[in-house]
Write a protein that binds this ligand. Structure first.
Ligand SMILES: [Zn+2]
Ligand SMILES: [Zn+2]
Length: 235
């Protein structure tokens, strides 16, 4: 596990192929995504590394219902008392009222690799959802965070925009930056056209820095790179 300060009071927690992020506010700490199951201790070590206690973690914002983003949510809530924030279209899966949908069979990889992943991938976990949040809401956490509904990867996928320092975007899996900035992996994306529309939506926002569930942080005029991607996808 690697903890990296991205900009002042924003930290990336690298956990293998998936990232989570900690934002230090004036009072508490806010976590964006919670990693795979059994990552509670890794995340609490990152909290301790900032000289904070588990109880200082007061909010956990979940970008979407995939296991690599909400896997440790239940354990972390128990350990910290933090409130969870999820979009209403993804909350039934997070709560366990609806099963995790499998990989998209419309993608060739999903059709062939999907059944294997379902069989050998991490077992689903569930967690309580405290607050359902919708597009355009301003959350009074970490100095104010704007909620941007970016459906496509999942129906209730959320991105979060912290307006300070020129704008810091937490894009979840609305886009990835593994080799370069691009659409999320097709096999795990419910609706590719909607995912493209969400890239256009993000490209219209102002932000200098973009943080992803998968891949490296983009620093410096990150929104211009989203605009270029949106143009490329429109061709
Ligand atoms: Zn995902
Ligand atoms: Zn993911």
């Amino acid at each position: 596990m690697a903890v990296e300060e991205i900009v002042s009071r924003v930290y990336g927690i690298g956990m293998g192929y998936v990232n989570a992020f900690l934002i230090a506010g004036d009072d508490g700490l806010t976590l964006v995504d919670s990693g795979l199951p059994r990552k509670k201790d890794s995340i609490l070590r990152a909290v301790a590394g900032l000289g904070r206690q588990p109880a200082d973690l007061t909010e956990i914002l979940i970008t979407h219902h995939h296991i690599d983003h909400m896997g440790s949510l239940g354990d972390l809530k128990e350990a910290t008392g933090a409130k969870s924030y999820v979009h209403p279209l993804d909350s039934p899966v997070v709560r366990g009222d609806r099963p995790q949908p499998g990989p998209n069979p419309a993608s060739i990889l999903g059709k062939f690799a999907g059944p294997l992943i379902e069989r050998f991938g991490p077992a689903p976990t569930t967690a309580p959802v405290d607050v359902e949040v919708a597009d355009g809401e301003e959350l009074a956490v970490a100095g104010g965070i704007r909620v941007v509904h970016t459906p496509g990867h999942t129906p209730g996928h959320l991105s979060f925009l912290l307006p300070r320092d020129g704008g810091i975007l937490f894009a979840g899996d609305a886009a990835t930056n593994i080799i370069r900035l691009g659409l999320p992996i097709g096999m795990f994306t419910a609706d590719r056209e909607q995912a493209k529309e969400s890239i256009r939506r993000l490209a219209s926002l102002e932000f200098e820095v973009a943080c992803f569930g998968h891949g490296r942080v983009l620093k410096g005029e990150a929104n211009l790179k989203f605009r270029r991607l949106a143009e490329k996808l429109a061709r």
